[in-house]
Design a protein around this ligand. Structure first.
Ligand code: R5P
Length: 259
């Protein structure tokens, strides 16, 4: 388990840049990810880990990649349904091991109609993971009517850790330090909806300053006007201590260059 985690969170820096490209599991061909292999592969040199489903992994990613894989193993619903919380475990632990995953990821929906089901899913997945030394990343999914504040995200993150998650993925918010303080396992932040590059870089910077071990960022990378420049800029903040201004300068210097 520790070895797998150390492949995701660099033990030298204590930080990680995870590339989140699992959106299709309920959103279908998400904007920017219509051809997943073509989008993901050129970004991998700057990703400490890649988070995706087994379908995209098997069919579009070269089996020889060295990036650790965080395998999305929850699902069972789609954006056509009002209640996205009706998730179950969709991939067996055996298949995750066979695919050489470094961790498995599942969403919990605290406060949503299927709160209990998703929390029990997490606990079961942790039990199965313990048998194989497989860490579980819990994603605190936020329903449409939930407020993304430190109280709610702190509650959801802490519950995930209490149920045995090895890592938590949540959203950045005001007083994010409080969320980190109450969660005894490493936290990474999602990027959320696409925002202008300077804002996304500031978001990554603030999260690290306030105690996140890294980012698990998707749309703000693959929907950027230059995804390859953007992942390098995000990486410069997370792994090299750049300020948002320095990272933006890097982004602008790389942007548009022939890859
Ligand atoms: C959503 O449930 C997925 O797990 C995404 O991986 C997550 O939202 C992170 O991606 P983004 O940075 O686009 O928010």
């Amino acid at each position: 388990m520790k070895n797998r985690l150390s492949r995701i969170i660099n033990p030298k820096t204590g930080h990680t840049v995870m590339l989140a490209v699992d959106h299709g599991y309920f959103q279908g061909p998400t904007s920017g990810l219509e051809r997943p292999g073509e989008v993901i592969t050129p970004l991998l040199p700057w990703a400490d880990a890649v988070m995706l489903t087994r379908g995209v992994l098997r069919n579009t990613i070269d089996a020889t990649i060295s990036n650790p894989v965080v395998l999305r193993v929850s699902g069972g619903t789609s954006i056509l349904k009002d209640d996205l919380s009706n998730e179950d475990i969709t991939t067996s632990m055996r298949d995750a091991v066979r695919l050489n995953a470094a961790a498995v990821a599942l969403s919990i929906f605290v406060g949503a109609p299927n709160e209990k089901q998703t929390l029990v899913n997490l606990a079961r997945l942790v039990d199965e993971g313990e048998e194989y030394g497989m860490p579980v990343l819990a994603v605190t999914a936020v329903g449409r009517d939930m407020v993304r504040d430190a109280r709610y995200l702190g509650l959801a993150s802490r519950i995930a850790a209490e149920l045995g998650a090895s890592m938590v993925k949540t959203y950045y918010c005001e007083n994010f330090g409080k969320v980190v303080e109450g969660c005894p396992v490493p936290i990474v932040i999602a990027g959320g909806k696409k925002i202008p590059e300077p804002e996304a870089l500031k978001l990554a910077y603030n999260a690290i300053q306030e105690g996140a071990v890294g980012v698990d960022m998707g749309r703000n990378i693959f929907q950027s006007e230059d995804p390859i420049a953007m992942i390098q800029a995000v990486r410069s903040i997370v792994q090299e201590g750049y300020t948002p201004d320095e990272a933006l300068e890097l982004f602008n210097s790389l942007k548009g260059k022939k890859k």
